[in-house]
Design a protein around this ligand. Structure first.
Ligand code: BJ8
Length: 430
């Protein structure tokens, strides 16, 4: 029942983390309201979504307490902002990895008091969370690991360092042999830095085990995404997006097992013809920049307009789990090299050239049975915005309807986006 759902508050815990408790106290009721409206009022949700509802219920309480307990047990918590930072290494060093990308309008004003206004809302939101002391995840981390992907991020890390210990990993902008060498060196430096923080050395056996844990997580997400591609879809795009967001703050082993439970249920639903929308419902794929929690804006607009989202080509989507690592190998060095190769396959628009992404988007559109692509670009993200030109051309060549949108976290443009999405749905339905 939507009314019985409540995001839990834990002021005592928040105050122990030096949060702005008075201000943050307003957040759980707001999230409760949004979650009830966007998720719990959907019809015919899979029963196994109850676990993910619980993860949201405990997002500012139980899950944070688990992290505090991990710290007490000598396991540092490391925050990241990008899927290029190799979490297998953090896991192997017995650290806890948590994604800190910001998806909330609520922290933008805090950031804009310091940062320029005309930069990406994801960077502003994350930075604002820390500056305003209004994110328990940010308060619980021992340090953060940034990276040199886009300009907004890499320059913000210099300022973030004033609030929390911030390390930066150099990610090259091209994928030539010499870049691979540099990248491998960066991964080795990253491993040394993480070992220093956790006080635990990463050996071949440990890394192999962690690669297997993360491979299992990525395979579970691949399985789930393949099942949701069924036409009609057995799960909504909103629920899928939520699960992919929770992937960045749950315990990997537990998350994998719950995703597999959900997959089992979806298989039964498909066998018995239980779907979230009838056959013939327009199917949309979203590509582009990531949607960090609690950014559900576009999915909500698309699904309220009567379509279903059937794929996210995004880092909070397939870019996070499309590739795994072969863990077999005699030496630690061999494994680190394969790990680097796996990360080099992530096709972020920060790279040039990046044509493999264009091919990947078209492939995912075909595999998901989508009838059109909405390319989602966060405001001021130049690389994705410019790459949309090539994507549009590729879609024209392939006969795939394409709509590019650029937006932020504010609600002012919702009406305009609704109109554009509705017109797009009319177009794809002929
Ligand atoms: S690998 S997509 S997670 S960098 S949207 S902050 S690029 S201005 S998020 Fe990203 Fe890593 Fe790439 Fe993925 Fe900058 Fe663009 Fe903002 Fe971005």
């Amino acid at each position: 029942m939507p009314e019985s759902f409540e995001v839990k508050a834990d002021p005592e815990l928040w105050s122990s983390l030096d949060m702005d408790v008075a201000r943050f106290g307003n957040v759980p009721p707001m999230l409760t309201e949004a979650y009830r409206n966007i998720f719990l009022r959907q019809g015919n949700r899979p029963a196994a979504m109850a676990y993910f509802d619980d993860m949201v219920r405990n997002i500012f309480s139980g899950r944070i307490r688990e992290m505090v307990d991990a710290k007490k047990a000598g396991r540092p918590v490391i925050g990241t902002f990008c899927v290029y930072v190799p979490e297998e290494v953090i896991h192997a060093a017995d650290g806890v990895c948590v994604g800190l990308c910001g998806g909330s309008q609520g922290s933008i004003a805090d950031a804009e008091a310091i940062l320029p206004r005309n930069i990406c809302p994801m960077v502003k939101s994350a930075f604002g969370f820390k500056v305003g002391r209004i994110c328990p995840f940010f308060q619980v981390v021992d340090m953060v690991y940034g990276e040199t992907t886009c300009d907004a991020k890499k320059k913000t890390w210099e300022l973030l360092e004033e609030y929390v210990p911030t390390h930066v990993m150099e990610i090259p902008q091209m994928k030539r042999e010499r870049d691979k060498k540099l990248w491998l060196e960066e991964v080795k430096d990253f491993k040394s830095a993480i070992e220093k923080i956790t006080g635990k050395e990463v050996g071949a056996e440990g890394l192999k085990g962690s690669i297997e844990v993360l491979n299992a997580k990525r395979r579970a997400l691949q399985r789930l995404n393949a099942l949701r591609h069924h036409d009609p879809s057995p799960i909504s795009g909103r629920d899928m997006l939520l699960i992919q967001q929770i992937a960045f703050y749950d315990i990997p082993e537990r998350f994998t097992s719950r995703v597999n439970d959900l997959c089992d249920e979806l298989e039964r639903r498909i066998a018995t013809g239980t779907f979230v929308a009838p056959g013939g419902t327009p199917r949309i794929m979203v590509s582009g920049t990531p949607m960090a929690l609690p950014n559900w804006k576009l999915h909500n607009i698309v699904e309220n307009a009567g379509a279903v989202v059937v794929n996210e080509e995004s880092c909070i989507g397939t870019r996070y789990y499309k590739d795994t690592i072969d863990p077999d190998g005699s030496s630690l060095d061999a494994m680190l090299e394969r790990l680097t190769e796996r990360y080099m396959k992530i096709d972020c628009s920060c790279f040039t050239p990046n044509d493999e992404r264009i091919d990947q988007v078209i492939r995912e559109c075909r595999e998901s049975g989508a009838q059109g692509i909405i390319d989602y670009c966060l405001q001021f993200c130049h690389t994705y915005n410019i790459e949309a030109v090539k994507l549009r051309r590729a879609c024209e060549r392939e006969g795939i309807p394409f709509l590019a949108i650029e937006t932020d976290y504010a609600t002012e443009d919702v009406g305009q986006l609704q109109t554009r999405v509705e017109a797009f749905l009319e177009q794809i339905q002929g």
